[in-house]
Design a protein around this ligand. Structure first.
Ligand code: ADP
Length: 301
């Protein structure tokens, strides 16, 4: 359900979880029919292998998807029901373009004996299809929406028999009466980028919780340590002098926490993150943004 977006959509629909309108597309005719129904542009996804927006494309008509449709046709489309081992041969996932107000995520943990825990709902800020910032908790979130989204995430974890940590990525929308609503975008069955803030901002980090869950130990408290925690993703830039910049930032902002993953630096790749907690959200965001820009070489002061 986390590896194949078609399998995930079918299962969530069966559970009655709100999702964007979607269709399984194996031909140009399928795509045209779905486009007529929901309108263009729409969002087309490869069911497997996508991450950070790769494998996701906004298409204004079938011509924008010619290469993918050709690949599907070449692979012999439409074979299986997709429940086991879907590949490009099983076609594409088309979704209506959601006019969301923002993106949210709910992180849950579940142990084999069925104990479950949920962290506060967070806002995930995306830039060019990549999550660049997480605000915990999501500012000004309607409490009723927060509890409905949290209940859905716990229910999904229970129904799918999840062991460990799972993130549910959401779009915040408005219903017909203008009230806040949500749609599920996708599931990630692992500690997730949207939960990195928990390392410093929560009593129990997602990584500790994952181990407690898989070992079937009692789960830890998901209470926040501060009013706000902001997580900023550090993306690889053209500036390889990470160590000097790191030292500078540690001295400049002693309350900030740095997590660099030791990965090879490639432009746009997530190579680390910073966490900073406190009472003034605007100040925290500015400090996290500065640190990430400095580490990426976007700014030098
Ligand atoms: P990935 O697996 O690469 O994370 P996602 O399915 O999460 O791909 O899509 C990446 C981003 O594309 C989302 O975070 C969102 O900004 C945008 N997106 C995805 N699906 C839709 C949709 N149906 N409507 C509008 N935007 C979407």
């Amino acid at each position: 359900h986390a590896q194949d977006k078609l399998v995930m959509r079918r299962r969530l629909r069966a559970l009655g979880i709100p999702c964007p309108d979607w269709a399984h597309v194996t031909s140009r005719a399928d795509l045209e029919a779905f486009g007529r129904r929901v309108g263009w542009p729409l969002v087309l996804k490869t069911p497997r292998g996508g991450y950070d927006g790769k494998g996701v494309r906004v298409v204004t008509g079938p011509d924008d998807a010619r290469d993918w449709l050709d690949a599907v046709e070449a692979a012999g489309a439409g074979g299986t029901d997709g429940e086991h081992g879907t590949t490009m041969a099983d076609g594409l996932l088309a979704e209506a373009m959601v006019g969301f107000t923002r993106e949210l995520a709910v992180l849950v943990a579940r142990s084999p004996s069925g104990q479950a825990a949920v962290w506060p709902v967070v806002e995930t800020v995306q830039t060019d299809g990549i999550c660049t910032e997480v605000l915990a908790p999501a500012p000004d979130l309607d409490p009723e929406l927060a509890s409905r989204a949290s209940e859905s995430a716990l229910r999904i974890a229970g129904e799918l028999g999840v062991t460990g940590v799972m993130a549910v990525e959401l779009f915040e929308t408005r219903d017909g009466d203008g009230r806040p609503a949500y749609l599920v975008n996708e599931l990630a069955m692992r500690p997730h980028n949207s939960g990195h803030w928990t390392i410093d901002g929560s009593v129990t980090s997602q990584f500790e919780q994952h181990l407690r869950a898989v070992l079937d130990l009692p789960l830890g408290s998901t209470r926040s340590r501060a009013r706000w925690t902001v997580m900023g993703n550090v993306l690889g830039g053209d500036y390889p002098e990470l160590y000097a910049t790191y030292r500078h930032l540690m001295a400049r902002d002693p309350a900030m926490k740095f997590h660099l993953y030791g990965k090879d630096v490639r432009p746009g790749r997530k190579i680390g993150h910073v966490d900073v907690s406190g009472d003034d959200l605007d100040d925290l965001r500015a400090r996290a943004r500065h640190a990430c820009d400095y580490l990426q070489g976007v700014i030098t002061e």
